[in-house]
Design a binder for this molecule. Structure first.
Ligand SMILES: Nc1ncnc2c1ncn2[C@@H]1O[C@H](COP(=O)(O)OP(=O)(O)O)[C@@H](O)[C@H]1O
Ligand SMILES: [Mg+2]
Length: 372
């Protein structure tokens, strides 16, 4: 178990067609035994980051240490890092079982123990029945699990898993998530998991690093990301369905604070609902962006008027799409709600559920009536 520290790391891919600045001034620390998810949309720099840590790409600037030892100048094999690749990278002439035990051959483990480890790992990943087959004769999902197993059976200081379950059926993915988390905890594995799936990140990670455009947007626990997004990007990226966002004008008076939403509706809160420091900040502002999570947008009561577009019952919650002054907003409820399309509805939100952002920078100003 070792701490990983990434300091001011840049990755710039240079070519005649132009430079791509894939990772920008990244600072990230992963504590010993911690599971961190790198979460972001395609092209945000997740794989580049992992490949720099593993040693398959050079860092353009910055440093990476593992257990206090600089590793970014070492060859990959000297770093003590195990990686499961996005593209699996299994050796075609070796069977699935041989692929999984390949890295153990060089270890000092007795052969019987190597075999036992591979067998237990294959059972955990539900590929025990294909250990004698060759990669070309099994499915993409099976190859992916073999690649994951090959990384996890090793004794490494750090495990890097690049979209390790992207090819699997949702049901299998849900089962394996639980088993993999249990395994990583039992073996106290320091791990970075790359994913674009927020459910996977929430389910597996102690902390999530949200990336966009090569820039780390926020690094926090799943609960913190939800309750206190650092900016509008994280606010709208994390959470399902996504946060509703309204541009609004602010009117802060001594006894109340009003937000006039685009389209005309006004949300008014007594001064007692808004922290004094936030009221003082708002008194100096004209515009804010207001974020309201669908589960906080209450249907049936409040000053916002709209027309129901569609009700979607998902088996455990209802999403109601509502047209508010020409914009689609979504209200979500644990209840089974049915409203006729075209009917009028009222919507409201409590002060404790408001997220306020600076319209110019996108930075969070306040969450739940208090300064961020
Ligand atoms: N070898 C490479 N040469 C040039 N550009 C690359 C290379 N690898 C990745 N990129 C670019 O760097 C950016 C980040 O890519 P990547 O790290 O693979 O993102 P992610 O894993 O988040 O999808 C993208 O714009 C991608 O096109
Ligand atoms: Mg990738």
């Amino acid at each position: 178990m070792a701490e990983l520290a990434i300091t001011k790391v840049d990755k710039i891919y240079r070519s005649r067609k132009g430079d791509v600045h894939a990772v920008k001034a990244l600072d990230l620390t992963v504590k010993p035994g911690e599971i961190v998810a790198l979460l972001g949309s395609s092209g945000c720099g997740k794989t580049s980051t992992l490949r720099m840590i593993a040693g398959f790409e050079e860092v353009t600037n910055g440093a990476i240490t593992l257990g206090g030892r600089p590793i970014h100048t070492l060859p990959p094999a000297a770093r003590g890092v195990a990686m499961a690749f996005e593209a699996y990278s299994l050796y075609p002439p070796l069977t699935i079982g041989e692929n999984m035990s390949f890295a153990l051959k060089a270890s000092k483990l007795p052969p019987a123990e190597q075999e036992a480890r591979v067998k237990a790992m294959a059972e955990m990943l539900e590929i025990a029945d294909i250990l004698n087959r060759y990669p070309s004769s099994v499915s993409g999902g099976q190859q992916q699990r073999a690649s994951l197993g090959r990384a996890l059976v090793r004794d490494a200081g750090l495990y890097l898993l690049d979209e390790p379950m992207g090819q699997l059926e949702p049901q299998l993915r849900a089962v394996l998530r639980g088993r993999i988390k249990h395994y990583l905890r039992e073996h106290k594995c320091t791990t970075i998991l790359v994913t674009h799936d927020q459910t996977e990140a929430n389910a597996l990670a102690d902390r999530i690093a949200v990336m966009e455009g090569g820039v780390l947007q926020q690094f926090a626990t799943p609960a913190e990301l939800k309750a206190a997004p650092a900016n509008l990007f994280t606010g709208t990226f994390i959470g399902e369905p996504p946060m509703n966002v309204f541009a609004a004008s602010v009117l802060a008076a001594a006894d109340q604070v009003s937000f006039q939403l685009e389209g005309g509706t006004t949300l008014t809160y007594p001064a007692s609902d808004i922290d004094a420091a936030l009221r003082a900040r708002l008194a100096g502002m004209q515009k804010v962006d207001i974020g309201i999570r669908p589960h906080a947008l209450q249907l049936g009561d409040g000053p916002v008027r709209g027309k129901v577009m569609a009700c979607q019952w998902l088996g455990d919650q209802t999403h109601v799409a509502v047209d508010v002054a020409g914009r689609t907003v979504v209200s979500a409820s644990q209840e089974r709600v049915s409203r006729a399309p075209g009917s009028d509805v009222a919507l409201g939100v409590a002060a404790r559920d408001l997220h306020l952002f600076d319209p110019a920078s996108g930075a969070a100003i306040a969450h739940g009536g208090r300064l961020a």
